[in-house]
Design a protein around this ligand. Structure first.
Ligand code: G1P
Length: 291
């Protein structure tokens, strides 16, 4: 079956980016001039995804507004002859994917947010895309997972080698031999292990391709770490019943869900954005001399 559907969980409180995220959804924080969630939707589109469910929560209305039209703004841009900006604005509404929204009433964990997509997914294989992680590679990471699925028909989770001292921030896999250069069998999936208990340095990085059987498991999943329904625990259970592979990502990953990563990503993207790259490069060079 073709992978056509994606879930973007966007109900989190964004505590790592406070106070900016007190009233503003963290998904709307811009990288140069584009909200992070737009990068995710564009990755989905570029990977052949047709339908996207965004799981939102309180204070998240700005996300829906961003992907909606804004007639007053568009009229103004037209009247004042700002055709470039008009095109940029209208493109967001005409992305060519169907967007759906549902709300998670309580922050009850990633597993709970995903479970809310059960009837949307309706028995098809699907992807989950976490908004904190922006990925850069020749082929979008979501498309890489879909290509794996087309060969294996199995769930596949994206992982990446991270510095050992950082493993406790992630879901981590215990690899069990590879079936292709970048595709591993997995013994266990462990959510946020202590650094000395981590089975490897291969961390889950926010792109998952799952078969719909995950919902049967999430339905009965007990509360885990932090009193939340943990997606990683459900994936570990599913791996005991059907194969779940890990795909090692070799591109670049930017974690925009914390202050330092957000700043680094903004600089990196600012250095390639046509409107900012020359001036920013000059500024950084001068700043480097002073530091
Ligand atoms: C979530 C997942 C974790 C994964 C991480 C990737 O954690 O629970 O397994 O490694 O995303 O960004 P969070 O960052 O929401 O705490």
């Amino acid at each position: 079956m073709k992978v056509r559907k994606a879930i973007i969980p966007a109900a989190g409180l964004g505590t790592r980016s406070l106070p900016a995220t007190k009233a503003l959804p963290k998904e709307m924080l811009p990288i140069v001039d584009k909200p992070t969630i737009q990068f995710i939707v564009e990755e989905a589109k570029a990977s052949g995804i047709e339908d996207i469910l965004i799981v939102t929560g309180k204070n998240k209305r700005a996300i829906e507004n961003h992907f909606d039209s804004n007639p007053e703004l568009e009229q103004d841009l037209e009247k004042t002859g700002k055709s470039g900006l008009l095109k940029l604005t209208q493109e967001i509404t005409d992305l060519g994917v169907n967007l759906y929204y549902t709300r998670q009433p309580y922050p009850a964990g990633l597993g709970d947010a995903v479970y809310r997509a059960r009837s949307f997914v309706a028995g098809e294989p699907f992807v989950i895309m976490l908004g904190d992680d922006l990925m850069k590679d020749k082929l979008p990471l979501t498309k890489q997972l879909i290509n794996d699925y087309d060969k294996t028909h199995a769930s596949t989770i994206a992982v990446m080698k991270v510095p050992h001292k950082e493993v406790s921030k992630y879901g981590v896999i215990a690899p069990d031999g590879n079936i292709a250069p970048d595709l591993y069998n997995v013994k266990n999936f462990v959510e946020k292990p202590a650094v000395d208990k981590a089975p490897s340095d291969l961390a889950i990085i926010g792109r998952y391709l799952l078969t719909p059987e995950i919902f049967d498991i999430l339905e009965h999943q007990k509360l885990g770490r932090g009193g939340e329904i943990q997606l990683t625990a459900a994936i570990d259970t599913m791996n005991k019943i059907q194969r779940v592979f890990a795909h090692v990502f070799k591109g670049e990953r930017f974690d925009v869900g914390n202050k330092e990563g957000y700043l680094e990503t903004s600089i990196q993207y600012g250095l390639i954005h046509p409107e900012t790259r020359d001036a920013l490069r000059k500024y950084i060079k001068e700043l480097g001399k002073k530091l």
